[in-house]
Design a protein around this ligand. Sequence first.
Ligand code: IMP
Length: 435
Amino acid sequence: MPSLSVFGAQWGDEGKGKIIDLLAREADVVVRYQGGANAGHTVVVAGVKYVMHLIPSGILHRDKLNVIGNGVALDPLALFAEIDELGSRGVVIDGSNLRLSSGAHVIFEHHRRIDLAAERWRGVGRIGTTGRGIGPCYADKAARTGLRIADLLEPERCRARLTAALAEKNAHLRDVHGEAPLDLDQQLSRYMALAERLAPFVGDTGAEVRAAYRAGKMVLFEGAQGAMLDLDHGTYPYVTSSSTGTNGIPSGAAFPARWIERVVGIAKAYCTRVGEGPFPTEDSGPEGDRIREQGREYGATTGRPRRCGWFDAPQMRYTLELSGADGWVMTNLDVLSGFPRIKVGVGYRLGAKRFAEWPASLASFEGLEVEYEELPGWNDDLTAVREYGDLPAAARAYVEWVEARVGVPIVMLSVGPQRDQIIPRRDAPLVHSSV
Ligand code: IMP
């Protein structure tokens, strides 16, 4: 399996970090192709917790090449904070195991400031962004006023483009948001110093990844956020500003769509969402609170409590189909222990209208009601189970019922944050030694 796309199939935080870390054992190259330091991929190794925001999860394996593709919005300050933090725990990172695309757009201080100010400006219409400058950076990319890493590395070009950008951003900060402008010289010297530190990592990563693939190396594409936060296919405008599914790979990693051979979605046994926006199966009552407590559902990047609710089968069919998934991994099954009954969303109603599939064409999801089915729960602790046959019958019944509803095989189950808390589905059709 020389190329594999792994993406979040819900609203992010599906437990991708751990699964990617596991699959990365067999990969030679791990590539991030979209998003930025808004992501939070948590991996627990030997009881030690690592949270990666920007650096691909493969970094915890010594002999892998990790790549940040051109589709990523790269904050150099966040990158070096992460490199230093991982370095202090013995993870050595240099230009031989981490490569940055010269085409990745740079997040500047003004992007972060505008992200926060724009959220305040929106008031009740706020998106609930992570405040990392992601949206404003991608907006500049589309407006063709952004700076790529390549621009940062050429001092004269950097000076000219950053001067022009700041003139506009400072006017915006001052006149629209009533904020103090940023000092041009200070910003120039900060980012030019960062450019020097970035230089040894930078290259044409698209060419490097394609060459590795052609040489028979296994390439793993690590999606960040979730497919329901996709700029085009998610719950717009309550989305992030990138293409979060497999659809983001060809442009964000400069890798041909036809070379993507396997696609695996990651989803929890229930649903969560952080930030504002539609979440049809959200449970704002005591059962949702219980999922939050049992699942420790607090954001890895912002620490915000996550909104919690039930698995949504049509939503899952939608995102798995959009990315053409061969299989998916169900995570956090252990969190559902102790619920007398477990609900699963199977369709929707809006007034007299029924939707059997995800109603992607709706402008707003206001008033959308969910039709549920209920399955019996189980009380047993699942965290020590390693074989599918050792799961309680009710847990197996839940897994198989959901799998049949979704129509795509579950290749692996996760029952805790540790690397080994995995249950393979050995008879699943996706053949891979790790799944
Ligand atoms: P932004 O990506 O910071 O612009 O935030 C846009 C929306 O995406 C907000 O609802 C965020 O909470 C959400 N979001 C961004 N990154 C993640 C993530 O890694 N997990 C879950 N939600 C995220």
